[in-house]
Ligand binder design. Structure first.
Ligand code: 5GP
Length: 137
C-alpha cells in the first residue's frame, strides 16, 4: 500500500508533532497512546515507512518486535503486570486508523478491551505513567 508521509506518526517521527516518548533508537520509537484503552497504553513503531505489518521488511519487523518485548518487560516491571495485550491492526478493514505500522502494548485483559481511539487521555497522568516505564527500561 502507498505510504502517506503526512500521517500522524510520520509527523511524530519527524518531531513535527509532540509525543510522550519512552524509547527511541535509530530504527524504532516507542511512545504513549494519546487515547489510551488502559493506563500505560504504549505504541511501538518502526521508523521504516510502511503502512501495515504486511508491508514492513522482515528485518525491520524482527527488530521492532525485539523492542516491543523490551518495552513490554519494562511495563511489566513498572506496573507489576501479570499480563499484557499486544495488538497490531493491519488495514482499515481490521480497524487500523493511523496508516503507519504500529504495535499496541495495552496493560489489560483482552475481554476488557473497549473501542479504541475514542477518548483523549489525561496527558499529565500519561506523562507520569511514561516516566514509570522509562525508569524500568
Ligand atoms: P490503530 O487504530 O491505527 O491501530 O491505532 C492508532 C492509535 O494511535 C490509537 O490507539 C490512537 O489512540 C493513537 N493515536 C492517534 N493519534 C495519535 C496522536 O496524535 N498521538 C498519539 N500518541 N497517539 C495517537
Amino acid at each position: 500500500m502507498a505510504y502517506d508521509d503526512q500521517n500522524i506518526f510520520a509527523k511524530i517521527l519527524r518531531n513535527e508533532l509532540p509525543a510522550i516518548k519512552i524509547y527511541e533508537d535509530d530504527q524504532v520509537l516507542a511512545f504513549m497512546d494519546i487515547m489510551p484503552q488502559a493506563d500505560g497504553h504504549t505504541l511501538v513503531i518502526p521508523k521504516t515507512p510502511a503502512v501495515t505489518l504486511l508491508d514492513l521488511p522482515p528485518e525491520a519487523a524482527a527488530y521492532t518486535i525485539q523492542v516491543v518485548q523490551k518495552i513490554a518487560k519494562a511495563m511489566e516491571k513498572a506496573f507489576n503486570l501479570e499480563g499484557i495485550v499486544l495488538m497490531q491492526l493491519s488495514g482499515a478493514a481490521a480497524g487500523q486508523t493511523v496508516p503507519h505500522v504500529h504495535f499496541h502494548l495495552i496493560p489489560t485483559n483482552v475481554h476488557q478491551l473497549g473501542r479504541h481511539a475514542v477518548e483523549l487521555g489525561d496527558q499529565e497522568k500519561i506523562k507520569g505513567l511514561a516516566e514509570k516505564i522509562k525508569a524500568a527500561l
